[in-house]
Design a protein around this ligand. Structure first.
Ligand SMILES: Cc1cc2nc3c(=O)[nH]c(=O)nc-3n(C[C@H](O)[C@H](O)[C@H](O)COP(=O)(O)O)c2cc1C
Length: 223
């Protein structure tokens, strides 16, 4: 596939056919994804391939309250889990939020789940002393996670970066025997998408790019 076509059509796939995915194919996907960059080329990634039904079920139970809060905030026109504006919702309002039946079942019953972790003992978290949530550490793992999805797309598969699992990371670690100095980065359900979405909704370049200063003129293609 043409690179630009892959970049413009790799969508968040959350519904999959039952076609199984062999370890050989996952190996091939990871064999290409591993060329992702990371700070200092430390490659602190670790991937766990999960198929076992009892783990899937436990994961679903762990992420359900997270998804509930996510949806409650979206419905209240908030940006879920943002670190700047606290939610105005009460715990009770969140608890009473209905979630679409089947959404999480479809996610956790994907042909396989790839869990991506990063070894924090090798990541240069250069913003760790700033008085805001850390961003830099993620840059040493999400290019890798995204490479997995690009590579999957090239093989006719799809998936989604999901981060619901971060909220109850300690319980997740117990499920998968993850050492404490790792961080959960993503759970990627992977499979053959039941449909292919090709037109992705994204902002235009001029809506997020300016010249010279943050409040400078929008960058356009007109000369
Ligand atoms: C850092 C990150 C975290 C995400 N977390 C979740 C998640 O927890 N659950 C989920 O269903 N999708 C998650 N997504 C998928 C986004 O919702 C999706 O990429 C976005 O809506 C664009 O979808 P599209 O490519 O199909 O247009 C996440 C994506 C990113 C990049």
């Amino acid at each position: 596939m043409d690179l630009y076509e892959v970049m413009r059509s790799t969508f968040a796939a959350r519904e999959f056919t039952d076609d199984p995915i062999a370890d050989e194919l996952i190996y091939k996907i990871l064999e290409n994804a591993r060329f992702a960059p990371s700070g200092g080329n430390r490659q602190g990634w670790k991937v766990v391939v999960v198929r076992r039904p009892e783990i899937r079920k436990n994961i679903k139970n762990l992420i359900e309250p997270v998804f509930r809060r996510y949806l409650a905030q979206v419905r209240a026109q908030e940006s879920p889990w943002n670190s700047i504006n606290a939610t105005k919702l009460t715990d009770q309002e969140i608890r009473e939020t209905e979630i679409p039946q089947g959404f999480l079942d479809r996610l956790v019953t994907a042909p396989l789940l790839l869990f991506v972790f990063v070894d924090l003992s090798v990541v240069a978290s250069m913003d760790m002393d700033l008085d805001r949530v850390g961003v830099i550490s993620g840059a040493s793992i999400y290019p890798f996670a995204w490479n997995i999805l690009l590579s999957a797309r090239n093989e006719g598969l799809g998936g989604t970066i999901t981060t619901f699992g971060a909220v109850y990371e300690q319980e997740l670690f117990k499920q998968l025997n993850v050492p404490d100095h790792f961080a959960f980065a993503a759970m990627l359900p992977i499979g053959k998408p039941i449909r292919q979405l090709t037109k992705l909704a994204r902002y235009k370049v001029e809506e997020f790019t300016t010249s010279e200063t943050f409040d400078g003129p929008a960058l356009t293609s007109d000369k």
